[in-house]
Design a protein around this ligand. Structure first.
Ligand code: ZN
Ligand code: ZN
Length: 408
């Protein structure tokens, strides 16, 4: 098994959320080849491998598998062969690295004790793959971990590792609001309840939540990214729709934002004598919180394995993740780090020119193309180093084989 070749193959064959059947089959076959016990179809396409190696802690390593509906524009020889689908978030890197790490941990099992759980998760991009695995009885099927570890490739110099202790990734909630009015002729507004006016008032008033209801020290976002209503200039429509994206770094602020949005939407509808609006939560990611002590311990292991300069604190990241659900459900600490994947010299040149935004494609870009090396080697080594930090340091006595005696 060659991790580089595996990566090229995965990149060329991306699969959308909950459709990762080919990727899952590859992960299952590789896990079996490495000597893991394998359970497939947890949360539809999820795959988990378990390697029991005597007494010691249980360590869960997680990789997400899904790709995005993006038309690839990298020009790579191994670009997507599936039109309109691309590994634009680098989950192919995560899968390849976890398969490499599984093989390495299996090969070196004489050096450690405990249980490794290698988890390949579907549908991270739509925010419900981790929950689907939990709902499907994940922790009745596999050992409950003592720590949950994982990584995400991103636009930092290739091989660089970084984790922020505490709240590290924002929560993200996607809300659909439908305002119910009463339609009619544009010349006779007195016979109608105009949902466009209500929607406009809601959009305006929503701007006061972050500005007036959240402390300036708290970072949060309420964006109305979609507003749809009407079909013709002289018709007052029956309804209007708003699509919102909401982000926060603490559960308290998140609940405040969601509560305020509902209050404002209902109040604006009431102000126009309309029926209460329909509010639906379309996608939801919790705040991703890295356990402080566990993160410090894991980053210290990275520093001693890879050097001080290979490890940074990237601060809070505005993207979102569902990996935290796997840790929360297990009541285990989470350590989730960033793995740099950008060409180091190009990155440094762009950083000094102040053109990082323009020159370094970010995740979800049609030009996102991680450097294969040293990214993959470092990604495998990071998973193995982190796992070994938490596993028992020596082989279990019961299964250790005595050194062979030389015959004289
Ligand atoms: Zn993504
Ligand atoms: Zn991602």
């Amino acid at each position: 098994m060659n991790v580089d070749e595996l990566y090229l193959d995965l990149h060329e064959h991306p699969e959308l959320s909950f459709e990762e059947t080919r990727t899952a089959a590859i992960a299952a076959a590789e896990l079996r080849a490495a000597g893991f016990e394998v359970i497939e179809h947890i949360g539809r396409t999820g795959v988990v491998g378990v390697l029991r190696n005597g007494d010691g802690p249980t360590v869960l390593l997680r990789a997400d598998m899904d790709a995005l509906p993006v038309v690839e524009d990298t020009g790579l020889t191994y670009a997507s062969s599936t039109p309109g689908v691309m590994h634009a978030c680098g989950h192919d890197v995560h899968v390849a690295c976890l398969i490499g790490a599984a093989h390495q941990l299996a090969r070196t099992r004489a050096e450690w004790g405990g249980t490794v759980v290698a988890l390949f998760q579907p549908a991270e991009e739509v925010g419900n793959g981790a929950q689907a695995m939990l709902d499907d009885g994940l922790y009745e099927k596999v050992p409950v971990p003592d720590v949950v570890l994982g990584q995400h490739v991103g636009p930092a110099p290739a091989g660089l590792l970084g984790a922020h202790a505490g709240p590290a990734y924002a929560s993200a909630d996607s809300l659909d609001i439908t305002v119910h009015g009463r339609g009619g002729h544009g010349s006779r507004p007195e016979t109608t309840i105009d949902p466009i006016v209500i929607a406009a008032a809601i959009v305006g008033r929503l701007q006061t939540i972050v500005a007036r209801e959240v402390a300036p020290q708290e970072v949060s976002v309420v964006t109305v990214g979609r507003l749809n209503a009407g079909s013709k200039n002289n018709i007052i429509p029956e309804s209007a729709e708003l699509g919102l994206s909401v982000r926060a770094y603490s559960e308290e602020v998140r609940q405040r934002l969601l509560g305020s949005i509902e209050r404002i939407a209902r109040a604006e509808a009431a102000a126009s004598d309309a029926q209460p609006p329909t509010i639906e939560l379309a996608e939801s990611f919790p705040v991703t919180v890295n356990d402080v002590a566990a993160t410090e311990r894991t980053m210290a292991a990275f520093r001693s394995a890879f050097g001080e300069r290979a490890v940074v604190d990237p601060g809070q990241v505005s993207g979102s993740e569902d990996v935290g659900l796997l840790a929360t459900a297990a009541k285990a600490p989470l350590v989730y780090w960033i793995l740099g994947g950008a060409h180091p010299e190009t990155y440094l040149a762009a950083a000094s020119a102040g053109t990082l935004d323009r020159d370094i494609p970010s995740n979800h870009s049609s030009k996102f193309a991680p450097e294969i090396q040293p990214t993959l080697d470092r990604g495998v080594a990071a998973l193995v180093t982190a796992a070994r930090e938490w596993l028992r340091a020596a082989a279990p006595a019961a299964t250790a084989t005595p050194a062979p005696q030389l015959e004289q």
